[in-house]
Design a protein around this ligand. Structure first.
Ligand code: GLU
Length: 297
């Protein structure tokens, strides 16, 4: 198996030191393993993606000394593939439409019978308001395109339990790095953990016709990625990615979640952290070697 990894930035702002670390680490490991490093542009969020940020990504990465095969995969070219996967999940009764806005979700999650609202990778875990109203027989109808669709995670988990070897474990993956609490090695998770830590995530957003979770899973599979290298902030989301791979008959790659680069106050760098933008260090005369040492590589 040839080692294949990728860096998958969204062109919604400048790349900062955290991105540089992630991209250089993946590029270094691909070299050590005599493997391949791919680049993918995650531009499904059309309202925030800009072509000048995409150009800046190419420029910054080249300046850092990274190279990758062309053509580069861009998510905006893959909407048909996302639609096919959604049709598949929809026809199996695993998705339902959701009309809740943020306020509805916050109100439903803080109802007294719900206890303290739980948080997952996408914010408050969806309390299931629209799932309760949904009639599974409606999955015979064509998939609605004008409304967000959520994964019925309990139904998905039950299905995986029926097909799997265990009565409780719905999924597993190999962690070659570490999660935020030191999780490493063979990670398994149960249906109960899935419903309590992830919940019914949105797989098709109204404005995108897909979501980060669905696209990333389909693209990693389409690119034949064997090792996903990315920040620890995405460790929790990996469970939902593993579930989607199982539902869609895709291989689960290895995952390597790496430490996050933080600012002096210990906060994770964000896109709006222009002060840490690679282009800014570059304009001030820093070299790629300086960037490497700044991020501890
Ligand atoms: N596009 C995502 C980001 O910029 C990366 C997701 C991933 O590596 O899985 O955070």
């Amino acid at each position: 198996m040839t080692f294949k990894t990728r860096f998958a930035p969204s062109p919604t702002g400048p790349l900062h030191l955290g991105h540089a670390y992630s991209a250089m680490l993946a590029h270094d490991l691909a070299k050590v393993e005599s493997g391949q490093f791919l680049l993918r542009i995650e531009d499904i969020d059309r309202s925030r993606s800009r072509s000048h940020w995409e150009d800046q990504i190419y420029e910054d990465l080249r300046w850092l000394g990274l190279f990758w095969p062309e053509p580069v995969m861009r998510q905006s070219d893959r909407l048909a593939a996302y639609g096919t996967a959604l049709d598949n999940l929809w026809s199996r009764g695993l998705l339902y439409p959701c009309t809740c806005n943020r306020k509805d979700i916050a109100a439903a999650a803080s109802a007294p019978q719900e206890g303290t609202p739980l948080h997952g990778p996408d914010g408050i875990i969806y309390p299931g308001r629209c799932r309760a109203k949904w009639l599974p027989s409606l999955a015979q109808d064509p998939r609605p395109k004008d409304v967000p669709l959520r994964l019925d995670v309990a139904a998905a988990g039950q299905l995986l339990l029926t097909c799997g070897q265990s009565d409780t474990v719905v999924g597993s993956f190999q962690e070659d790095g570490a999660g935020p609490n030191g999780e490493a090695g063979a990670i398994t998770f149960t249906l109960d953990e899935l419903t309590k830590t992830i919940g019914d995530v949105v797989l098709s957003r109204r404005d995108m016709g897909t979501s980060y979770h669905l696209s990333v899973v389909l693209d990693d599979a389409a690119q034949g990625i064997t090792h996903v290298i990315r920040g620890q902030d995405l460790f929790e989301a990996t469970r939902i990615h593993v579930v989607l791979q199982a539902l869609l008959g895709l291989q689960t790659p290895h995952y390597l979640h790496h430490r996050l680069i933080r600012d002096d106050a210990g906060k994770r760098l964000a896109k709006r952290d222009d002060a840490r933008a690679i282009s800014k260090y570059r304009a001030e005369g820093a070299s790629p070697a300086d960037i490497r040492s700044m991020v501890g590589l």
